[in-house]
Structure formats: structure tokens, C-alpha cells
Design a protein around this ligand. Structure first.
Ligand code: AMP
Length: 392
């Protein structure tokens, strides 16, 4: 079904064309008609599936029509997202898809000047994208009027629950009009998500796209068994390969991210880092540098990198092996997006074998573990050749 069948206005169709989208993705095809009809919705879809447009396009359509019809202006839509990066990304998408529409949107998230956000909200906005913590602050100070709210979106709801945002979400929802449309997006359908849906959604329709346990087929995967003290050298070897152009490196801890970044810098690699102790400005700059190709490598911890949409990450390196299989799927989902081919390389200690087996079960793919063979002070030139993961 082409975009023109959804009943979206001319401006929105033009903006979609400008974004270069020719056909709706699966989640868009399934969700947009239901959202346009006003149903509540649970959509099980990972980032990278086009889920943002699935909720943003119908909202833009409804709000722009209401504005055209001279209905009272006010904040009609609230989108809650787990991290500032994701909130900002959603806002950028709204701006892109709403290009040419007189729709005002504001973002409300921690780590940047509160006054500027309050000012933006005070001027009157049609849509707010927020992380739960900062929004609670502003609501507490009675800065936001939600009396005209029509649509609530809980994006990456599973992530918000993991991050402990449930009390904040409950608090926020308790202040919203009871009659509203609620859309919930989650990568997984867990008991906690079902219970959230039962409490906040009314007779929801359900859309499930693929399975979280299926990383894109376009991602080749390999695991190297690397002793801890050789991981730095091994990474450097990989980074010297010509096709390692935009590499996202996952580490477990912030300190580890700092140490690794310093090591790479000393070795002459252009690198930036993304973790939760960095200021909002530093995080945005790191992302921008990585997106613009000013750096070859971004070293990141899981939480901040979740959900971030970066085009053409050429490789993901799990420098520290993920502690649970689902993180593995999330991490390697940063590459091989929208049909492009990608590569995920993981360093594992021999004690990680059990985790590798768990991942194989989850993704139903055999992952070969390659032993490390090079001498510590004489890295082999062909080290780092990759074998694709084979389907079992
Ligand atoms: P999301 O899952 O919303 O983070 O979207 C993932 C990526 O897919 C983003 O870079 C979008 O710009 C892109 N995208 C969304 N919808 C489409 C579409 N219909 N065709 C091509 N790309 C799309």
C-alpha cells in the first residue's frame, strides 16, 4: 500500500517524499490505519523499523487538520521516551515530517537549560516530546497544560520500565485527560508491558513486527575469544581495516569507555564517547561527530546507545560482551539497518561461552567463536577476518 492510501495530507506526503521514503515499512503499513482511526495501539517493533513515523504521521495529520478547522490550539500530543537522545531524535523526525505545516513542537528533557524549555512550552506547542523525569519537574511547577491532550505515546515502553520510570509515567498519566488515544511501542511483549497496557490503554489493537529475537539478516556476526589484556590491541587491529569506517564500540561501564577512548586517541584513532556521565551538550556533540563522519569510532555504554538512529554504522564491536542476550540483539541492531549490510564483532572471554549459547538460542543462529591466534607484540596481518554467522 503506498503512503497516499493512508489519507495523509499533501504537505505530509511531500515531506515523506523529501525524506526519500517510497513505500511504508511493515510497522507503518500495519499501524498507521489503526492510529488514523483513533484506536489505542500496542506495537511490538524495534527501532530501525520505521516506528517513529508510524505514530508521528497520523498525529501530524490530525493536529494540522484541527488547526486548519480553527479548533482551539493547545498541547494535543505527548510523546514519552526513555532517553534525551531518543526524545531529540523523535523531535527531529516530527520537524522533518511536519515540514511546511504550522505545527509547534517542544522537547522537554534533562541535562539542558530548563528555562529555555519552559519558554518554548509557554509560547504554546501542539506536541511535546519528553523524558519522564524532566516532565515531572515541569508539571510539578505547573508549567504545562494538558487539558486539550488527545494522544499519548509511550515509546520504547520496555526500556522506560527497565530504567525505573514506571512511577513517573503513572504520575504523568494521572494528570492527563481520561478520554485520549494511547499508543505504546515496545521492542518486547513482556508481562510488565501487558500490565502497563491493561492500565493505560483502552481496547487496544495490536501490531507485532518481526521478532525482537531476529537481528537483521544483513548483519554478519562473529565472536572472537580474546583475553582481557589483549582486547585493546585486537580492536586497534580491526580499526586498521579499510572498511571499518563508522564503528560503534560497546563497553559495559563508563570508566571502561573513558579508558578505551583515551587508549584509542593515543593510538591516533579519531574517537568520541557516549555515556550517561557526559553532559547533554557533550552527548549531542559526540553523536553529531559520529553521524557526520568526523570520528571513526564512537565508544558507548548500552543505555545511551539504545534506540539511537544512526545511519550506516559499518560495524558494531562488542568490546565487552553483553551481559544478557537481549542487549546483544539491541547492540548489533545498530548496524545493517534499512537493508544495508553490517557486521557485528564481539570479544568474548572463555567464561562468556554460556552467554554465547544463550544468544544462539535467542537468535536461532550459530555463532562461530574464533580463537585468538596472534602474538601479543606481533599482531597478525590477517587477524580480524570475519566469518558470517550461519543459520542453524
Ligand atoms: P525508526 O524505527 O523510527 O527509528 O526509523 C528507522 C529509520 O528508518 C530512520 O532513519 C527513518 O528515517 C527510516 N524510515 C522510516 N520510515 C521509512 C520508510 N517508509 N522508508 C524508508 N526509510 C524509512
Amino acid at each position: 500500500m503506498p503512503f497516499s492510501n493512508f489519507g495523509l495530507g499533501k504537505e505530509i506526503l511531500r515531506a515523506i517524499g523529501k525524506a526519500g521514503y517510497t513505500r511504508p515499512t511493515q510497522v507503518q503499513t500495519a499501524a498507521i490505519p489503526k492510529v488514523m482511526q483513533g484506536h489505542d495501539l500496542i506495537a511490538i517493533a524495534q527501532t530501525g523499523t520505521g516506528k517513529t513515523a508510524a505514530f508521528v504521521l497520523p498525529m501530524l495529520q490530525r493536529i494540522s487538520k484541527a488547526n486548519q478547522d480553527g479548533e482551539p490550539r493547545g498541547t494535543k500530543a505527548l510523546i514519552l521516551a526513555p532517553t534525551r537522545e531518543l526524545a531529540l531524535q523523535i523531535m527531529e523526525n516530527i520537524r522533518a515530517y511536519g515540514d511546511g505545516l504550522p505545527i509547534r513542537v517542544a522537547a522537554v528533557f534533562g541535562g539542558v537549560e530548563e528555562e529555555a524549555q519552559i519558554k518554548a512550552v509557554r509560547k504554546g506547542v501542539d506536541m511535546i516530546v519528553a523524558t519522564p523525569g524532566r516532565l515531572i519537574d515541569l508539571i510539578g511547577r505547573q508549567k504545562i497544560d494538558f487539558s486539550l491532550l488527545e494522544t499519548l505515546v509511550l515509546d520504547e515502553a520496555d526500556r522506560m520500565l527497565h530504567m525505573g520510570f514506571l512511577p513517573d509515567i503513572e504520575n504523568i498519566v494521572s494528570g492527563l485527560p481520561k478520554r485520549r488515544q494511547t499508543l505504546m511501542f515496545s521492542a518486547t511483549l513482556s508481562k510488565a508491558i501487558e500490565s502497563l497496557a491493561r492500565r493505560f490503554l483502552y481496547q487496544p489493537k495490536m501490531v507485532q513486527i518481526g521478532k525482537r529475537s531476529n537481528p537483521a539478516d544483513t548483519v554478519a556476526q562473529c565472536v572472537y575469544e580474546v583475553p582481557g589484556h589483549l582486547k585493546n590491541v585486537m580492536l586497534l587491529e580491526l580499526l586498521r581495516q579499510a572498511d571499518f569506517k563508522r564503528v560503534l564500540v560497546f563497553v559495559r561501564l563508563k570508566d571502561g569507555a573513558n579508558l578505551l577512548t583515551n587508549f584509542l586517541k593515543l593510538a591516533g584513532v579519531k574517537v568520541t564517547r557516549l555515556h550517561s556521565s557526559r553532559s547533554q551538550e557533550q552527548r549531542l556533540k559526540a553523536l553529531q561527530d559520529f553521524k557526520d563522519g568526523n570520528v571513526q569510532v564512537m565508544v558507548a555504554t548500552d543505555i545511551v546507545a539504545r534506540g539511537i538512529d544512526i545511519d550506516s554504522v559499518s560495524q558494531v564491536v562488542n568490546f565487552d560482551f553483553p551481559v544478557n542476550p537481549e542487549d546483544y540483539v539491541h547492540r548489533i541492531g545498530r548496524t545493517g539497518r534499512a537493508g544495508a549490510s553490517g557486521l557485528a564483532v564481539s570479544f568474548a572471554a572463555s567464561s562468556d561461552q554460556r552467554l554465547v549459547t544463550d544468544i544462539e538460542k535467542l537468535i536461532k543462529t550459530k555463532i562461530e567463536i574464533e580463537p585468538m591466534e596472534f602474538e601479543e607484540d606481533q599482531p597478525r596481518k590477517d587477524q580480524g577476518r570475519i566469518n558470517d554467522g550461519r543459520r542453524m
